[in-house]
Design a protein around this ligand. Structure first.
Ligand code: UFG
Length: 326
């Protein structure tokens, strides 16, 4: 199948492109390379361009004979979204409108949309099910929820079916060692901890006074290869005629920041220097997914649910690529 992957040069997108190639699909990647890396696109076609350009998106849809879309291109930093909400509404909502209109005009009817646990805001139950109220606490989560709310209207008007995947904490790297995480600047916990292990730098823990057993935030880390698998299953389900749906993607198990650091010490075999700092604004104390719905309906079962293994794949890549993709 010819699949347009927006943001396919990014961390998660590049792993999905590899999974598509392994399944014999043809990925057409549209990425402005503002955060992604051309070297991370292992095959198919890479078009450097902006999703906000309606003429370009329409031409790709038609000339590329696109049959389905995986829409990953977005800004995704919670803190930045609070400082600069307009960027998030323009790039995450406005540009998605360009994509949806081009799909409608070209008759492309299958969309896998990357959404986020941030749509839930501060959860009132744990693990979080898809029926949990959505109440984002930052513009990033709001922008993703706005797209989720637009999709059923495009379905009604144009027959465009969708699967929205609400990721919890994507982590790890390609188990073959070809791809990894390379954000500039890096804000995520696991790569920051591993960089600290490599360089001797100190990791700052953003708050140790949360209402959790050790005082640090708890997150549900999901391996990027398991995320990729879910996208493939979603794509296949849509093409087979499955109705539109929204699914959580996590392992159903949470780990605190301290537990992540301890596990990283086991993996790397060294002591990691830490310093307790203030809370980061907008961080909920606990975010753990119930992924029962996607397991039951799409048969998704993670291959790498073990935190040690997740961190080991990230460590393997980081050690071999201390300067990232450069
Ligand atoms: N953390 C630290 N020190 C660091 C980095 C992170 O203590 O140097 C803590 C954070 O405060 C948080 C946990 O580690 O408690 C995980 O933080 P990440 O930045 O790795 O991930 P987030 O949970 O903040 O963000 C992820 C996605 C976002 C998404 C969000 C949903 O990356 O895109 O989950 O809440 F919006």
């Amino acid at each position: 199948m010819r699949v347009l992957v927006t943001g396919g040069a990014g961390y998660i997108g590049s792993h999905i492109v590899k999974a598509l190639l392994q399944k014999g699909h043809y990925p057409i990647v549209l990425d402005n390379l503002s955060k992604g890396h051309a070297e991370a696109v292992l095959g198919g076609e890479l078009i450097r361009g902006d999703l906000g350009d309606p003429g370009l998106v329409q031409r790709i849809m038609e000339a590329g004979e696109v049959e389905a879309v995986i829409h990953m291109a977005a800004d995704s930093l919670v803190g930045e979204s609070v400082e600069n909400p307009g960027k998030y509404f323009r790039n995450n909502v406005g540009n998605t409108l360009v994509l949806l209109n081009a799909m409608a005009a070209s008759g492309v009817k299958n969309l896998v949309f990357s959404s986020t646990a941030a749509v839930y805001g501060e959860p009132c139950t744990s693990p979080i099910e898809e029926t949990h109220p959505t109440c984002p606490t930052n513009p990033y989560g709001t922008s993703k929820l706005m797209v989720e709310m637009m999709l059923p209207w495009y379905e009604r008007a144009f027959g465009l079916r969708f699967i929205s995947l609400r990721y919890f904490n994507a982590a790890g790297a390609d188990p073959d060692g070809e791809l990894g995480e390379d954000h500039r600047p890096e804000t995520h916990l696991i790569p920051n901890v591993l960089q600290a292990a490599l360089t001797g730098r100190t990791v700052e823990i953003y708050g140790a006074d949360y209402p959790t057993p050790d005082g640090t935030c708890i997150r549900d880390y999901i391996h990027v290869a398991d995320l990729s698998l879910a996208h493939l299953l979603a794509l296949e389900a849509l093409v087979a005629g499955q109705p539109s749906a929204t699914y959580n993607l996590g392992n159903g198990r949470g780990f605190s920041v301290h537990e992540v650091i301890r596990t990283a010490e086991e993996v790397t075999g060294g002591k990691i220097q830490v310093r307790i700092g203030p809370r980061r604004p907008g961080d909920p104390a606990v975010l753990v997914a119930s992924a029962e719905k996607i397991s039951a309906e799409l048969g998704w079962h993670p291959l790498y649910p073990d935190l040690h293994r997740i961190i080991a794949t990230a460590w393997h890549w980081q050690k071999n690529h201390p300067d990232g993709y450069l």
